[in-house]
Design a binder for this molecule. Structure first.
Ligand SMILES: Nc1ncnc2c1ncn2[C@@H]1O[C@H](COP(=O)(O)OP(=O)(O)OP(=O)(O)O)[C@@H](O)[C@H]1O
Length: 330
């Protein structure tokens, strides 16, 4: 569905994306994660044909992303959704349906079903009078007006309250069940962990980890073991009594190797006690990301080193809301 090879984008002499390779299979939810300035938006805009790459190649739905035919089959949700403030949600969605040559009744039914699922009422309210979450839901409905196979969503849940975040993410997850392919960016790792089939982690324009969340955990995460003993040992601290039977003492040590677990078992038995429980704690994607990012210099530290050029260039449709044939609204 998407193949990216050595894809690069340089703004002036500032390398925003340094040479990405990845592919996205049909029916996947694929996450691009990383901190601010990592190159996520630039990557998504290159896939959507809104930013021209400096080098490398991308094939999206079998097309070069620059081809207008590709955009007809794509639903793109920009990070900030610029909406016509004076239009109502209904008239706005019809406007986009017209741009995509989707008959009104089909569009009304399609977008109405999306807004039902996203729980958006007040469809005749001016967009300018809607909350951020409501506007986001309208923008999501707009991305589906042409019934695309591929959805590219830039930070779909950014800045939304927890309830709306859940509604939006649940919706993204359900899109996969309808055989849609979704590529989305996020800086909240929890979101990614809960809904992505595969992930690439970007930092400073580079992909620093990739795979399914369990694969990334196996490669980069550390598993730790909490070992609860019934006797105090030099390695243990008193534990609260969440484990074991009434009145029994509990002490806990945290170790990161099975060999250390065995040593604790032997030491506990030698002291007349036993190991009462062992719990495994897997590193979260967030823990792994923080560690990987610590190992590499942060974007802001490296900003000078990346030779940041003043001003940008080559951005077609800053807000990414280009209609088929290139009739953007901004
Ligand atoms: N039009 C432009 N001109 C110059 N530099 C740009 C332009 N667009 C992006 N950049 C720079 O490229 C880098 C990557 O930006 P990008 O927006 O792709 O990152 P991001 O990971 O999406 O970050 P965020 O989460 O903050 O949106 C940043 O340092 C940014 O300042």
């Amino acid at each position: 569905m998407i193949t990216v090879e050595n894809l690069r984008k340089t703004y002036g002499d500032f390398p925003a994306v340094v040479g990405s390779d990845f592919s996205v299979e049909s029916g996947e939810v694929f996450g691009i994660v990383g901190p601010n300035g990592a190159g996520k938006t630039t990557t998504l805009k290159m896939l959507a044909g809104l930013v021209e790459p400096t080098g490398g190649s991308a094939s999206v739905l079998g097309y070069d992303p620059e081809e207008p035919a590709m955009r007809r089959k794509l639903g793109f949700l920009p990070e900030e959704s610029p909406l016509y403030e004076d239009m109502t949600a209904r008239s706005y969605l019809r406007f986009f349906a017209d741009l995509y040559d989707v008959p009104r009744d089909v569009a009304d039914e399609r977008t109405g079903a999306v807004l039902d699922r996203l729980d958006l009422e007040y469809r005749d309210r001016r967009l300018g009078d809607m909350s951020k979450g409501m506007k986001r839901k309208v923008a999501i409905a707009r991305s589906l007006v042409n019934d695309p196979d591929l959805l590219i969503y830039d930070e779909p849940a950014s800045g939304l309250d927890p309830l709306t975040t859940n509604v939006v993410l649940e919706f993204v997850r359900e899109l996969r069940d309808e055989d849609k392919t979704v590529v989305f960016s996020a800086h909240n790792l929890f979101h990614v962990e809960s809904i992505c089939d595969r992930v690439v982690i970007m930092n400073r324009g580079e992909i620093i980890a990739r795979g399914t969340v369990p694969e990334i955990r196996a490669e980069h995460g550390e598993t730790t073991y909490r070992v609860f003993t019934t006797v105090p040992l030099p390695e243990t601290l008193p534990a609260d009594d969440e484990v074991g039977g009434e009145g029994e003492e509990r002490h806990v040590a945290v170790v990161d190797e099975m060999a250390a677990v065995e040593s604790l078992r032997e030491a506990a038995e030698a002291a007349g006690g036993r190991v009462a429980d062992i719990r495994t704690d897997e590193a979260s994607l967030e823990d792994i990301f923080l560690r990987l990012a610590r190992e590499a210099p942060t974007t802001s530290e490296a900003e000078g080193g990346r030779g940041r050029a003043a001003g940008g260039e080559g951005v077609a449709g800053e807000h990414g809301q280009r209609a088929p044939g290139g009739n953007g609204q901004s």
